[in-house]
Write a protein that binds this ligand. Structure first.
Ligand SMILES: [Fe+2]
Length: 363
């Protein structure tokens, strides 16, 4: 027997003996605790509440992916729900968005959106006008001033390829530079790369519930200033002339204040709410007193919050195929488009449903 084999054998004997001793100790604890209810908080490590955040959000959902009432309505309408993660994301199967447009069907889609935060549809292949008409069933639409317009003015075309790699690979919620940011976005896939190009969605309510209690308290009344500076670059091949930038800033408010915590106006839930690219990281202030935070504290808080949506427990991931549609609630999720397909092409078309002014009311 070689030295290496002997060493391995000794290690395994110790490992087996240790496992047996530890199991004896655990069995003793189990017997002592038999029948006792251990508080959930003690089951999760205090230094990382990621798992607990999901548990608490799922509990608020009644420990089921959708309410019994909504499940019954799905069955009555002949639709099937496929859930992609425990608290977020469902595909609605058996629906044709061109014809499934009775008030009852539209109300159903809206309610699945409210419970599941993002809904998906497969094989729809809507024309631009049909996609706009579908969006209108959920409210007014917002045109988008800074992107590539489609043939219909309410369509934003998101097109990436050899000279234009994907740029949406940061966690964000859409258009927080608006005073009334869009309620939701409806994106349809037109062209996919051979592999990759998925979009990930992360549950802002579970993310809030999963924050350390101290950080939850610290950010409760903090607001920050958001603007669209990233669209106004003076440099590079698409640099804009100064006069044009000034005109745009005069016409579209530049620098609007939003709370870091947002009360969902329909479900009443609290969620983390920001766009890391539009929020000025040094701009946090206490909305009760108007007092600004020290620059370093402001930046540290934003950096800490930016970690949150990236944890896989909060997420679902959607693989696009041509004709598939994602409809996400900007008040309840952040999203991230994986930029992992260069030099291939990826084309989506988006319409956005108008929203209201974000506010925070402690529950
Ligand atoms: Fe986005």
């Amino acid at each position: 027997m070689t030295d290496r084999t002997q060493e391995q054998q000794r290690y395994n004997e110790v490992a087996v003996r240790t496992a047996a001793v530890l199991e004896q100790v655990r069995e003793g604890t189990r017997q002592k605790l038999a029948g006792a209810e251990i508080p959930r908080e003690r089951l999760f490590p205090l230094f990382d509440r990621t798992g607990l955040g999901v548990v608490l959000e799922y509990e608020a959902m009644g420990n089921r992916p959708v309410s019994e009432a909504l499940q019954a309505r799905a069955e009555k309408l002949g639709f099937e729900l496929e859930h992609l993660a425990i608290t977020i994301g469902s595909v609605i199967h058996g629906i044709d968005l061109r014809t499934s447009d009775s008030p009852e069907q539209i109300r159903f889609i809206r309610d699945v959106l409210l419970e599941r935060k993002v809904v998906f549809f497969r094989d729809q292949h809507l024309t631009e006008d049909e996609q706009v008409a579908f969006g209108r069933k959920f409210g007014e639409l917002d045109a988008f001033p800074f992107g590539r317009p489609g043939g219909n003015p309410y369509i934003l075309e998101i097109r990436h390829g050899r000279n234009n790699p994907g740029m949406e690979n940061g966690w964000h919620t859409d258009v927080t530079w608006m005073e009334r940011p869009s309620l939701g976005s409806i994106a349809q896939c037109i062209e996919v790369p051979p592999v990759g190009g998925d979009t990930l969605f992360s549950d802002s309510h579970a993310c809030y519930r999963g924050l350390p209690a101290k950080l939850q308290q610290r950010i409760a009344y903090l607001h920050g200033i958001n603007d669209y500076r990233t669209f106004l670059s003076k440099r590079g091949p698409v640099g804009l002339p100064e006069e044009l930038i000034e005109t745009i800033k005069k016409e579209i408010p530049f620098g609007v204040s939003h709370p870091l915590l947002r009360t969902h106006p329909e479900t009443g839930k609290t969620g983390l709410y920001f766009h890391g690219g539009f929020l000025r990281h040094d701009s946090l202030y206490d909305a009760r007193t108007g007092e600004a935070l020290e620059r370093s504290e402001s930046e540290t808080i934003v950096r800490a919050l930016q970690q949150q949506h990236g944890r896989p427990e909060y997420q679902c991931r959607f693989q696009w195929t041509p004709g598939s549609i994602a409809f996400w609630d900007n008040r309840a999720v952040q999203h991230y488009a994986a930029s992992d397909y260069y030099p291939h092409k990826r084309v989506l078309r988006r319409v956005t449903v108008s929203g209201d002014k974000p506010f925070y009311e402690p529950s």
